[in-house]
Design a protein around this ligand. Structure first.
Ligand SMILES: [Zn+2]
Length: 119
């Protein structure tokens, strides 16, 4: 969850690509052929309109009337799977770094098999 207000639409857009997405229906409802794709969290950004700066919400990944239900479901599933893999990798890396730090702190010397020894 990001409580941050991004400085521009571009920054908000970039961030929207890193969070899971969800589907919703247009005004017509379930029976409509189209689906709307949204980020799963509220993303705010500073928007300058003329001389006034205001805070807007980044709303759509894909707005209504653009993509059919089946394709939208496929896109969201694919996107969410890749976000989950990326998040999982980041968590693993953080755990490895923490283990490495603890090893150093405790003076534990883990023998590392060097590439030369494998070849
Ligand atoms: Zn529709």
């Amino acid at each position: 969850m990001s409580n941050k207000i991004f400085n521009s639409y571009d920054e908000a857009h970039k961030y929207s690509l890193t969070v899971p997405w969800k589907l919703t229906t247009c005004n017509v409802g379930e029976e409509c052929w189209c689906r709307i794709i949204l980020p799963t969290e509220k993303i705010l950004y500073k928007n300058k309109v003329g001389d006034t700066e205001r805070v807007d919400e980044f709303e759509y990944i894909i707005p209504d009337g653009s993509v059919d239900k089946e394709t939208a479901e496929y896109i969201v599933e694919l996107h969410n799977r890749s976000v989950a893999i990326y998040t999982g990798q980041k968590e693993r890396l953080a755990i490895l770094k923490e283990l490495n730090r603890l090893d150093q702190e405790l003076g534990i010397d883990i023998p590392v098999i060097k590439r030369k020894e494998i070849d």
